[in-house]
Design a protein around this ligand. Structure first.
Ligand code: PGA
Length: 255
C-alpha cells in the first residue's frame, strides 16, 4: 500500500495570536477538503487553544513543537503530554534541530520525551539531521542513524505506527538551501533500512519519513515525488497559507 503523504507546518516561535488564528482559518479555507494528504500544524504553545478553535473539527491536525517527559509536577516552564492532549493536540514534534543545537537537547532526552508522548497517546514527529560540518566529514549516515536509533530506543512495535521521522539536514533549515533530490533520497532510504533492522521490513515500509529544510512551493513536487520521501515538515513556508497550500498541491500532483 502506498504511504499517504503527511505535510506538517512548524510555525516555530512565530505569529501573534491574531496572525495564528488568521493563518489557521486561511488553511481551513484552502485545504479543509483535502483528504488524500494528512495535514498538520504546530503553533507555539500559547496559541494552541485558539488555533484549535480556528481549525474547527476538520482534517488539519494540531500539534506542539516540544513537550517534557513527565506528566505533571514541579517542572517550571515545562508542558506535558496530557496538557497537550487536553487542548486538542494529536502529535508533538520532538528533537527539532533548533532544540538540539540552540537549546542543547540530547538524543537521550529526546528519547525520554518520545517514550512518554507515545505512552500518553500522542503521535510523534521525530526530527533528525546532520550539521554541515558532519556532512562534509562524511558522517551524515552515522549521525542520523544514531539519532534515529537512540531516539526510538525502547519503543514498542505497536507504537511504531504513531511515529513519523522528519529528516531535516540542519544546513538546509531556514537557509533557502535544499538537499538535492539525490541527497534526500539517500538518507531517507538509509533511515528506512535502519527502521527495517530495528523493527521489521514490513513495518518500516509503512512508516512515513518527511523531508524538512527550505521546502517551498517551487521545490516541493520534486522532493515529495521521491520514493522514500513521504511528506514534509515545513517551517518558513508554513507561515503563509498560500505557500503551504501550494506545497500540498504540489505533493498531491507529484505523488
Ligand atoms: P524551514 O524549516 O522550512 O524554514 O527550513 C523547516 C523546519 O525547521 O522544520
Amino acid at each position: 500500500m502506498p504511504r499517504k503523504l503527511y505535510i506538517a507546518g512548524n510555525w516555530k516561535m512565530n505569529t501573534s495570536l491574531a496572525e495564528g488564528q488568521a493563518l489557521a482559518e486561511g488553511l481551513v479555507r484552502r485545504l479543509g477538503e483535502v483528504d488524500d494528504v494528512d495535514l498538520a500544524v504546530a503553533p507555539p504553545f500559547v496559541y494552541l487553544c485558539a488555533v484549535r478553535q480556528a481549525l474547527g473539527n476538520g482534517r488539519i491536525a494540531l500539534g506542539a513543537q516540544d513537550m517534557f517527559y513527565e506528566d505533571n509536577g514541579a517542572y517550571t516552564g515545562e508542558v506535558s503530554a496530557p496538557m497537550l492532549k487536553d487542548v486538542g493536540c494529536r502529535f508533538v514534534i520532538l528533537g527539532h534541530s533548533e532544540r538540539r543545537h540552540v537549546i542543547g537537547e540530547t538524543d537521550e532526552l529526546i528519547n525520554r520525551k518520545a517514550l512518554r508522548a507515545l505512552a500518553d497517546g500522542l503521535e510523534v514527529i521525530l526530527c533528525v539531521g546532520e550539521l554541515l560540518e558532519q556532512r562534509h566529514a562524511g558522517q551524515t549516515l552515522e549521525v542520523v542513524s544514531r539519532q534515529v536509533s537512540v531516539g526510538l530506543e525502547g519503543i514498542a512495535r505497536d507504537e511504531v505506527p504513531r511515529v513519523t521521522i522528519a529528516y531535516e539536514p540542519v544546513w538546509a533549515i531556514g537557509t533557502g538551501v535544499t538537499a538535492t533530490p539525490a541527497q534526500a533520497q539517500e538518507v531517507h532510504a538509509m533511515i528506512r533500512g535502519l527502521l527495517a533492522g530495528m523493527f521489521d521490513a514490513g513495518l518500516a515500509e509503512t512508516m512515513r519519513i518527511q523531508y524538512g529544510g527550505s521546502v517551498k512551493p517551487g521545490n516541493a513536487a520534486e522532493l515529495l515525488g521521491l520514493p522514500d520521501v513521504d511528506g514534509a515538515l515545513v517551517g518558513g513556508a508554513s507561515l503563509k497559507a498560500d505557500d503551504f497550500a501550494a506545497i500540498v498541491e504540489a505533493g498531491r500532483k507529484g505523488s
